[in-house]
Design a protein around this ligand. Structure first.
Ligand SMILES: NC(=O)c1ccc[n+]([C@@H]2O[C@H](COP(=O)([O-])OP(=O)(O)OC[C@H]3O[C@@H](n4cnc5c(N)ncnc54)[C@H](OP(=O)(O)O)[C@@H]3O)[C@@H](O)[C@H]2O)c1
Length: 266
């Protein structure tokens, strides 16, 4: 898979966020899922601000060398430790992050591919197992980091399919962890710049965005912001504005929180 040399979407953003209240020169970010569509957006947004950033890349990722170069070019460090409680725990205890980003997730399509991962491509093993492993390591790290968990729009109080049920379970675990947290609930994360193209997701996302057009015209702005699709670079920038620039804590956030920030400065 060819990696993009640069992702330029961000160039249209102004770098001074008028709502900034808590810029710290000492933020240390650990990004799990850094190689993903959202993860790359988050790492890029953090590095644009000069935050010390560690991108986690699993050692059995076949593109490890290319990813290392990709992140090094942005000034991010690469932490390539295995997904075991001991290795992730030791890594976070050494790095002592102020923020831990949990941006992991598998898909049914990945289960049909040979991804080379030692971790089975199931929601139970990845979306729950790895995310919970990361949460436990963040609790034990001793630096009380803000835990940012990428969940999904529409997580119900009970029921739902396997995908949503895992997200609910993980949201509960984050809330019960005692760490400061942000739970992010995007709708479709979709764009032409995804490395794995996901054509059906593009079709659904585009159809929903089109259907939301008339809703917007009749004043349903909150509904539109909540369900509108977003690209990985935009979501990365929006989340970093909320969490790193504005110091948001102990909140569930969705498009109603990030779209106004992105649109104002577009
Ligand atoms: N896509 C959407 O429309 C959407 C909407 C709402 C919420 N979400 C949720 O948001 C999260 C991130 O989404 P995304 O689209 O940014 O993800 P993505 O591009 O598919 O990236 C997934 C990340 O998870 C890692 N991963 C997956 N399976 C793994 C395995 N078996 N072992 C180790 N690492 C594994 C990947 O690492 P490697 O690159 O090393 O394989 C990658 O860093 C997911 O939890 C997703 O469910 C997605």
């Amino acid at each position: 898979m060819a990696l993009p040399i640069r992702e330029r979407t961000w160039e249209r953003w102004e770098m001074s966020d008028p709502g900034t209240t808590s810029v710290s020169t000492e933020q240390v970010h650990f990004v799990a899922g850094a190689t993903g569509y959202t993860g790359r957006g988050v790492v890029a947004a953090l590095r644009r601000r000069g935050h010390l950033t560690w991108a986690h890349v699993r050692p059995d990722n076949r593109g490890l060398e290319r990813w290392t170069t990709f992140f090094a070019e942005q000034g991010a460090g690469v932490e390539s430790v295995a997904w075991t409680p001991e290795a992730i725990g030791a890594s976070l205890a050494r790095i002592r992050p102020t923020h831990v980003w949990s941006l992991l997730g598998t898909t049914r399509a990945r289960a049909d591919r040979d991804t080379g991962s030692a971790v089975p491509e199931t929601y139970e093993a990845v979306d729950w197992g790895l995310s919970k492993c990361l949460l436990d390591a963040a609790v034990a790290a001793g630096s009380s980091p803000v835990f940012v968990y990428l969940s999904a729009q529409g997580v119900p109080e009970r029921g739902g399919n396997d995908y949503l049920a895992v997200r609910r379970r993980m949201e509960h675990a984050v809330r019960a962890s005692g760490l400061p947290f942000v739970l992010a609930r995007p709708a479709f994360i979709s764009g032409g710049d995804r490395l794995d193209k996901r054509p059906m997701e593009r079709v659904y996302a585009t159809a929903i965005d089109l259907a939301l057009g008339p809703v917007s015209a009749f004043g349903g702005r909150g509904l539109v912001e909540r369900w509108r699709s977003i690209t990985g670079p935009d979501l990365g920038e929006g989340l970093v504005r909320l969490v790193a620039d504005r110091g948001l804590r102990d909140r569930v956030v969705d498009g109603r929180d990030w779209w106004p920030l992105l649109v104002r400065s577009a």
